[in-house]
Design a protein around this ligand. Structure first.
Ligand code: ADP
Length: 267
């Protein structure tokens, strides 16, 4: 599915009935099957843009379209994975029931849901844990469960908001490879918000860099690294180093223009 963001802006209510512009007019087109990463300093509007794409937040101006159809609420065929897996899974439901509610919400039959739950758990390498509760699993397993739940509807588009920010480095690398694999298996379009530049370059076909005050897009960098990628050889590729320093410079420039001036270091 092609995702188009057309002149989208967002203002939030501020003090005294005022509004504050969080996202200035932004346009971007994401082709079917592309993996897009979004990076930028905290507060530059990454989550706001993602929530508008998901139909969970209404834009103040502009529009989002999925294959030409206006997004006015959460569309069928689109799933969202949040950072806070601890709160997105229901602690009183075991893994199977946590996944089954996604099937039920999408109007699938019991039999179809059971089949999709099995398929999704196998896709994330979690078969055999159906009867565990979230609090009996590690953070990495909980996030894999959250990804499996997103897969139950066999989404064409998956939106991910800093999904691996709360796990350790080794688990994070495993989850990155898992996302690349399921994206390939399910032929999904992915939009992935992260503040980790290495992660963005490792995963993406394109990296969108955003800047704050108000949030807006500053660049759209094509990642021309070959696939399949792997944690060792991709990161040793000289092109990887070039891309990460180019994006790092863009992000730093965006921080410089938004940070207060430095105090003088001598009188
Ligand atoms: P990011 O994901 O890049 O950190 P956000 O999209 O969360 O950025 O936030 C962009 C700006 O909008 C920030 O200045 C933030 O404080 C503000 N903002 C986000 N959500 C709300 C809200 N619900 N109400 C008021 N302001 C908000």
């Amino acid at each position: 599915m092609e995702l188009t963001v057309d002149n989208v802006s967002k203002s939030y209510p501020a003090a005294k009935g005022d509004t504050r512009l969080a996202l200035a007019e932004t346009s971007v087109t994401i082709a079917q099957g592309e993996f897009i990463c979004v990076v930028g300093p905290s507060g530059c509007g990454k989550s706001t843009m993602l929530m508008i794409m998901a139909g969970l937040l209404a834009p103040t101006g502009g529009q989002v379209r999925l294959d030409g159809t206006l997004v006015t609420g959460p569309p069928a065929g689109l799933s969202v994975v949040f950072q806070d897996y601890g709160r997105s899974l229901f602690p009183w439901m075991n893994v199977r029931r946590n996944l089954a509610i996604a099937g039920k919400a999408a109007g699938l039959s019991r039999a179809e849901t059971a089949e999709r739950v099995r398929e999704a758990l196998a896709a994330v390498g979690l078969d055999g844990v159906e009867n565990l509760y979230p609090w009996q699993m590690s953070g990495g397993m909980q996030q894999r469960t959250a990804i499996a739940r997103a897969l139950v509807v066999r989404p064409e588009v998956m939106l991910m908001d800093e999904p691996f920010a709360a796990v350790d480095a080794q688990t994070r690398a495993d989850l990155e490879d898992l996302v690349l694999r399921v994206r390939h298996e399910y032929q999904m379009t992915v939009v992935f918000v992260t503040h980790d530049i290495d992660e963005a370059v490792y995963l993406g076909d394109r990296v969108l860099v955003m800047r704050a005050n108000p949030g807006h897009l500053v660049s759209d960098v094509r990642v021309d690294l070959p696939r399949p990628r792997d944690q060792v050889s991709t990161k040793l590729d000289p092109r990887f180093a070039q891309l990460r320093s180019e994006i790092f410079r863009q992000v730093m420039r965006s921080v410089e223009t938004t940070a207060p001036p430095l105090a003088p270091t001598f009188p």
